[in-house]
Structure formats: structure tokens, C-alpha cells
Design a protein around this ligand. Sequence first.
Ligand code: ZN
Length: 491
Amino acid sequence: MRTLFSLFILLVSSALTAQQYDIVLEGGRVMDPETGLDAVRNVGIRDGKIASISDQPLSGRRVIHVSGLVVAPGFIDLHQHGQELASQRVKAFDGVTTALEMEIGVPDVRQFLKDMDRHALIHYGTTASHVAARSLVFGAPLNSKADPENGLRGILPKAGPATDRPATPEQIERIKQRLRDEIDAGALGIGMGIQYTPGATRLEVIDMFRLAAEQKLPVYTHMRSFGRSEPGSAIEATEEVIGAAAISGAALHIVHINSTCLRDTLECISLVAGARARGLDVTTEAYPYIAGMTAVNSALFNPGWREKLGIDYGGLVIPNTGEHLTKDRFEELHKSSEEQDVLVFANTQEMIDATIPNPLIMIASDGAQGHPRNAGTYSRVLAQYVREKKTLTLMEALRKMTLMPAQMLERSTPEARRKGRIQEGADADIVVFDPQTISDRSTFEKPMEPSIGVRELLVGGTLVIDDGKMVEGVSPGRAVLGPGKGAAKSN
Ligand SMILES: [Zn+2]
């Protein structure tokens, strides 16, 4: 009788444990940059969360053997313009589980959240766009013919009065009101592309930082200028936004410090370090490519750009066709109201190689179709700086891709405390990759080639990549929302 009873208990308990987890990742090298855990563990996932991390066997409805592979938090990209499915697919193959439009922000937060709802492969979110709010107030609509397949994102205005003229105090009030509405809809901060709105005075910039501080949200910014000529150097542009952060108390995130500061990138990083040492909340990011990409009819190409960038017309290249611009072709495209992106070859490999390993640098892609950074940023850092040049340890690289951006997001939402970590209770946003083979495949000629080496990718506990292949018919991506009153309704 006792034997039978024990057998019964054994059967019941094994039946229970067999159902204990939805998915178990078994025997992988689990790496968590916050706790420093770097050991072979089994990870049990239940209801979209990491429920157990154990050196004991775990059973689940699906057990995936991942020995020899790294199990890390899914990468968090704070700077992703391409939010359409084709970009989300290549982001997934690059290990990204959250990709946010923080630099400029989308033109209409409510519309964006509605369009993405239940259609996203990976998590998404946005800042409130100062650039769009300003265009709206000046009565100049943004480039509307967005064509994501050609890198065109419809987030930047054509150069003109709306970008180049100072705003009146009344217009500044209306810009602020629009931004308050966008924050109310769930925006994660204020996105500013100051170089795209050169008419914005120093005071307008400070006013936007004050609004961010009032809302207890950060400012993400593409700074006012690049180059060394004064006035208007990259150093001055960095001083401007650090000054605005100091004056207002708003947190500041400087986007792509590599492509704004160019030859002076290390000096710009030292300004960030100095501000942080004085207690300011200032962070920054970079991507591992020598070229940028942006709209050729934007105010970034107002007169003086060649001197500032230190390049000539031929340094601008049309994605996909590879056409190098001439003076005539540039003038035709700059005047056009049709948006056309160009690759901007203005940096050196030496500067990128010195920037990426810097401990203050988060990895963020600035991705959109047309530039290989969309598909390859994260794998490229792991392949080139961890495996080949060995200027980063694997754990340091992961910290730049997971924990640091998650901590940045914590300024906007407490939800972010459950992201960027492999810990019990964290969201099951997980990448499983082969550290020996992970590599980017995208190039300037073939910018949408997916990376290789990601074996499994889980977004909120749902497999998006399984055994190296895309799982079709799943849309587990959810909005990451700011504290706006309308935010809860949007999800
Ligand atoms: Zn930018």
C-alpha cells in the first residue's frame, strides 16, 4: 500500500513538474550583466517571465538544448527608426527584442501605437517628437511619402521656414502643448533633432528640456552640429545640451555621438564623463559603422555641411544604387520635396574602433532600411570587438546592449526594471546565440542581409526565432509606454 502511495505521489509530482514551465532553455551559458552571473544554467520560462534559473534539471512542455550557446537578455535598441515588419525581422536575427524610436520620435504617438498594436514581432515605443511638433505648429507637414523599403521614415521635415526660422514665444507654447499631448499618449521622453531644426534658438532648446524635467522624462537628442569650425562645432553642440540638462534637471541621452562628433568623438565622450562626474544624468550611444544616413532634403544639409563634415558631394551615396552624388545632383535632391536618404561617409574606422569599447558607450543602431546598421549592428559588435579585436569582453558587450539601455529606460518606466536582465521575475526577452559564429552579413551593397548566429529569440516568452529560423505567424511585440495618462488605454 505504502509503495503504491509513493508511486502515486511520484507520478503526480512528475506530472506537475512536467508542466511546470512553458519552455526550458537547457544547459546554456547564462550571462547576466547586472549580477555578473556567467555559468551553465537551466532557464525555465512561464507566462512570459523567467520563472527559474537553476543548476538543477527543469522540465517543461518544450525543452530546448542550448549547450555551447550563450543565453543573454535580448538586446534593447534605443535608436531604431525602421518600425515596419521587414526591419523588425532583421532586428530579431540580430538579437534585438526591443527597438525604440527615441532619437526623433514618431510624428503621432497615438497613431503609431494603434498601427503597431498586435502586429509587432518585437517590442516598440517612442519619444514625443519636437521636430514633428515644430513642423505642425509652423504649418509645414513632414515628408509624408515615407517608403520604409528605401529607408524613408517620414519623420524629418524638408529644410525650409519651419526648420530654419526661430519660433515666437506663442509658437513655443504650442510646441510644448503638442509635446504634452504626445507624452500623455504614452511617449517615453522628448526626442529632439536639433540639427534638423536649426531655427530653434538656445532658449527654445532649454524650454523643451524644462518641459521634460517637469514631466520627469529624459530628452534624447541628435545635437545641433558636427565639425570643428567655431562657432558651431560638435564640442559647442555637446556643451549646449549638457548645459540644458544642467539648467533644467532633465536627464539627457546624446544619440550617435560617433556620427555627430566624428574626429572629436573621444573628446565629446570626455565631456559626457565630466558632466556625469559633476552629478548630471547624461548618457550616450554609438553604432559600429563609418557612414551615417539621413534625408538629403533636410536642414542637416543646409549650406556649410561640406566644411563641417569635411567631405565633398561624392561622400554622399544613394543606398541600394550606390550612386555618388555630384554638386548638381545634390542640389536637385536637396531642393526636392521628395524625401531621399543618402549614406554619409564621414568617419574613420580608427575612430569607431576607439569609440565602441568605451565604457560610457551603449550600442544603438540608428537603423532603417538602406543602411547595414539596421540589420547588423549587434552581431557586428560581438564579431568584431569581442571575437576578433578582443577590445571588449563578452560581458561588457552584453552590458552595452542590454543592462545600460534598460537602465536608461527606467527613467521613463518602471517596467524597464524587468528588461535587460536574465533574472527570475524578469521578462522572458531572451537571445540564445553562438559566440563562435555570430556575425553581421549586411553590407552597404546588401543592407538587409540578416545576421547569422542567433539560434533562439524569445520575445515575452514567445519564440520568434527557433533553431535559427523565423517562426511565422507570431506577433508578441508589445508597446513600452511612458507614464502618460492615456498610455494604459493604448495597450
Ligand atoms: Zn541622428
